[in-house]
Design a binder for this molecule. Structure first.
Ligand SMILES: *Cc1c(COP(=O)(O)O)cnc(C)c1O
Length: 392
């Protein structure tokens, strides 16, 4: 099965049929499972058999989703969680201990940043940041107690690209783990494990669901690491619900075709906006003007669905633009079939200090656009009319 292409694996990976002979997988809405004999129960608890016991531990729908993501990412195995943050938190808690140190890209999801800043210090887990554009500084940030390098690429929300091959080489040389949050790219566009990452994390809430319906998270990678994350997760309880796992697994059937259209629309919008007089910057990985265009071309199949624009006139101009949008809604979410506009400085990244925001390029005039699957002309028309008052 693994010699099949990603598109096929995303559709054909399915749990065994029940006696009913259903075509689409049924939903196993059950908290626990039954055993024919006392010996069967013992074997399940001793992990002699791989029978399901309890849905905090495992569930057929969750297994199907995890197996699919592992295949798409080229990973050995994986574990699913109730949300992206549950996946991120559980991974760190399972693998790190007090005294450990994380080297992270400074441009990470706002909640991940808050975890590093506000909670990990209580556990004596420290961190240093490297700037997405200064990967050469990375070796000098590695300390004897550094356990992992953590990053997102493309970064959120500035859409900087980090060279996975270069970072993986540093991780290998320094003998630290490389963990990549691959949420913005999805495995259809970029597979960090192929470049040397040990673990890949997703907020499945975004492009994996793709329709803004459910929360979910998943971690895939080396079996020994996944085992530790799984054991901590099943003990502490951030389990993915069977219903959500079923929806996510069904959604992955259309991941490739959706990402093709997201990227086609986003590329078009970025090109059309690039020289707009109301904007001082348009960032999209597959625009030749992008500072890391060559790296993006090397490690990404497409440019993805995220575009950021920077308005002349800062927050006032950004507010005016957002409030004038008609079809496009303001929301902190992304990776939806509907185009979404976000103002990171006042929402997703408002918990960062102003200086932290400035260093990662989150200026008051920056607006993040998650380009959806509507007709590109309708998306463009709404953006252009909303920019009109900002011209000149
Ligand atoms: C949304 C997001 C997360 C967190 O995922 P949730 O499902 O909201 O918990 C983590 N990383 C990135 C890059 C995200 O966009």
């Amino acid at each position: 099965m693994t010699d099949m292409a990603l598109e096929t694996l995303a559709i054909r990976t399915q749990i065994s049929r029940s006696d009913a002979g259903e075509h689409s997988a049924p939903i196993f809405l059950t908290s626990s499972f039954v055993f024919d004999t006392a010996e069967d129960l013992k074997d399940a608890f001793d992990e002699v058999s791989d029978a399901h016991v309890y849905s905090r531990y495992s569930n057929p729908n969750v297994d199907e989703f995890v197996e699919k993501v592992a295949l798409l990412e080229g990973a050995e195995t994986g574990v699913a969680m109730a949300s992206g943050m549950a996946a991120i938190y559980t991974t760190f808690m399972a693998l790190l201990q007090s005294g450990d140190h994380i080297v992270s890209c400074s441009s990470v999801f706002g909640a991940t940043h808050s975890l590093f800043k506000n909670y990990f210090p209580k556990l004596q887990i420290s961190h240093s940041y490297f700037h997405a554009q200064h990967v050469q500084e990375l070796p000098s940030l590695i300390q004897p107690n550094t356990k992992c390098i953590y990053l997102e690429t493309p970064t959120n929300p500035a859409i900087a690209i980090i060279d996975l091959e270069t970072v993986a080489a540093v991780a290998k040389e320094k003998n630290v783990l490389l963990i990549v949050d691959n949420c913005f790219a999805t495995p259809y566009i970029q597979q960090p494990i192929r470049w040397g990452a040990d673990l890949v994390i997703h907020s499945a809430t975004k492009y994996m669901d793709g329709q803004g319906r459910v929360l979910g998270g998943v971690v895939v990678g080396k079996a020994s690491l996944i085992r530790d994350i799984y054991l901590f997760g099943r003990l502490t309880g951030p389990a993915l619900s069977p219903m959500n796992a079923w929806m996510l697994s069904k959604s992955l059937e259309t991941l490739a075709i959706r990402m093709d259209r997201h990227a086609e629309n986003a590329h078009f919008i970025a090109e059309q906006l690039e020289h707009h007089s109301a904007l001082s910057d348009v960032s999209y990985p597959f625009l030749p003007s992008h500072p890391q265009y060559d790296i993006a071309k090397k490690q990404m199949k497409l440019g993805g669905g995220m575009v950021t624009i920077t308005l002349h006139g800062g927050y006032e101009a950004a507010k005016l633009f957002l409030n004038r949008l008609q079809m496009i809604k303001i929301s902190p979410n992304l990776g939806d079939s509907r185009t979404i506009a976000t103002h990171p400085a006042s929402s997703t990244h408002s918990k960062l200090s102003e200086e932290d925001r400035r260093t990662v390029g989150i200026t008051p005039g920056l607006v993040r656009l998650s380009i959806g699957l509507e007709h590109r002309d309708d998306i463009l028309r709404d953006i252009l009319q909303a920019l009109e008052t900002n011209v000149g």
